[in-house]
Ligand binder design. Structure first.
Ligand SMILES: Cc1ncc(COP(=O)(O)O)c(C=O)c1O
Length: 493
């Protein structure tokens, strides 16, 4: 053996020489973190990343040690002030959650234990199993559904659709790939389905053309007559329809597809019903919202996120699957070094790697477990209800305002609207609204994003924020009107 690289000392470690010093840094980090969170309301929602940070975040690999304190100082200077903004009380962009403080500590504790939550008897596995049981209870699902925590609904969607594809195909797809299916597999979702569905369909080898994007009605819900007709046409053409995707809370407007009708169609035609409830499914926690959601539990699989409308820090999502055995059959592999030997301390826990794509997995469940215990289901129910009512409050404020108009019905927690004035052409109104969104984001007082409805850009507010107060929405409307009027008065360039 060549000994030229042999270290002088075989007992080196990257643990600190002085634990007291790192402990003091740890205390300071916690103090800074909570100081920042407490003072958020008085800070800009978002700030552009300045050139000085960009330069510091584009430096050469540090070869020699700088030390923990210096590394943290750089984080404070160049990274932490320039966040995306979604912890802020007046952030309502895209569908981003606002981060529960106890959840932050949960992630810290999880990293401290540092388990890979896949197999072998250990409490982290049992915590995830318990959290999954609680989540099923929370959403009214039977415990017989299989479940796993994921990085988010993109991952949950692909897991669910993989199970659906393998179960419904008339052939062994795991062995033979799609060539084992005698007929081309096709599936259905509305034109408002999330982009992650298309990504999943492509990655599953089905091809994006296999995803039939069915038009929506005036309320942005999947059009059932067109859906039925398209399934008939595909069957007559010799294709194999295998799945319908319903959305509870579409990303653009928060629309809820008619789950009862979709479940009937799937039952009659022997199709898998997957529900993408990334944020909307959580409205189930409020009993008065359940009629609007419909029978969520008729789904064969459900994807939803806890980092959106349960406010947990990124990332944590979840998927439920009715056919637990098929779920396992889709993902289980038995490598010899992972095989379960009899009498091994492995039999008493769920092997999560058999229910998803990842083998090594973070201890995502801990922050959920802590927050459910601390706030109780009731705490989440009240907070979600508050967001629904805040959306209604904003809707009413918009309806009372001369210069702004609603652009879509408000079903849940998403409000789409436009600044409008009778003398403006639709094209000028489009440009004006995009400029209002950009100016608001840059000024950092309130943060909305935009989407496109019926071909026209609209201002979009998604309220998955446990820090927002109703006065924040007054401020939003005020800012939209102010920017709009200023732009109207600005001399044409
Ligand atoms: C309806 C819907 N589905 C899926 C997703 C993807 O979820 P994630 O970002 O957690 O992967 C989103 C994200 O906004 C969504 O709104």
């Amino acid at each position: 053996m060549n000994t030229s690289h042999q270290p002088e000392n075989l007992d080196q470690t990257l643990d600190p020489e002085d634990w007291g010093e790192l402990r003091a840094l740890g205390h300071r980090i916690i103090d800074d973190l909570f100081d920042d969170l407490q003072m958020l309301r008085d800070q800009p929602v978002w700030r552009p990343v300045p050139e000085s940070s960009r330069q510091q975040l584009d430096v050469e690999l540090p070869v020699e040690p700088e030390g923990a304190t210096a590394a943290y100082e750089d984080f404070r200077r160049y990274v932490s002030p320039y966040s995306r903004g979604n912890n802020h009380p007046r952030f309502w962009g895209w569908v981003n959650g606002s981060g529960l403080p106890l959840g932050i500590l949960g992630d810290l504790l999880a990293a401290g234990m540092n388990p890979s939550v896949s197999s072998f008897e250990n409490a982290a596995n049992l915590v995830e199993e318990q959290v999954l049981r609680w989540l099923k209870q929370l959403l009214g699902f039977p415990q017989t559904f299989s479940a796993i925590l994921t990085s988010g609904s993109s991952m949950s969607n692909i897991i669910a659709l993989a199970v659906a594809r393998n179960l419904k195909a008339c052939g062994d797809l795991r062995a033979g790939g799609l060539a084992a299916s005698p007929r081309r597999l096709v599936l259905y979702g509305s034109a408002e389905s999330h982009s992650s569905i298309q990504k999943a369909v492509e990655l599953l080898g089905l091809g994006s053309e296999a995803l039939r994007r069915i038009p929506v009605d005036a309320n942005f819900r999947i059009d059932l007559a067109t859906l039925n007709a398209r399934i008939d046409a595909d069957q007559q053409a010799g294709l194999q329809p295998f799945c319908v995707i319903g959305t509870v809370g579409t990303v653009n407007t928060g629309a809820i597809d008619d789950l009862d009708q979709l479940a009937d169609i799937c039952e009659r035609r022997n199709l898998w019903l997957h529900v993408d409830g990334a944020f909307g499914a959580l409205a189930w926690l409020c009993p008065e919202m359940r009629p609007a959601i419909g029978p969520l539990q008729r789904a064969d699989s459900l994807a939803f996120d806890l980092h959106k409308w349960m406010y947990l820090p990124y990332d944590v999502g979840c998927v439920f699957v009715r056919d637990a055995a098929e779920h396992r059959r889709t993902f289980s592999t038995t490598a010899s070094y992972l095989a379960v030997a009899p009498m091994h301390h492995d039999a008493g826990v769920q092997h999560f790697a058999d229910y998803g794509i990842e083998l090594s997995r973070r201890f995502r469940a801990l922050k959920v477990w802590l927050c459910l215990k601390a706030h109780g289901a009731r705490g989440f129910e009240c907070q979600i209800r508050q967001n629904v009512w805040q959306a209604r409050y904003l809707e009413a404020r918009i309806q009372a305002q001369r210069y702004v108009q609603l652009a879509a019905p408000v079903s849940l927690n998403v409000v789409c609207f436009r600044f409008a004035s009778p003398e403006l052409s639709p094209e000028t109104t489009d440009a004006l609204n995009l400029e209002i969104v950009a100016r608001m984001q840059e000024e950092g007082v309130v943060f909305a994003s935009y989407t496109v409805l019926h071909g026209r850009p609209v201002i979009r507010v998604a309220i998955t924020n446990h820090r927002s107060r109703h006065e924040d929405f007054d401020r939003l409307v005020g800012e939209v009107v102010r920017h709009g009027k200023e732009l109207l008065m600005a001399p044409a360039a």
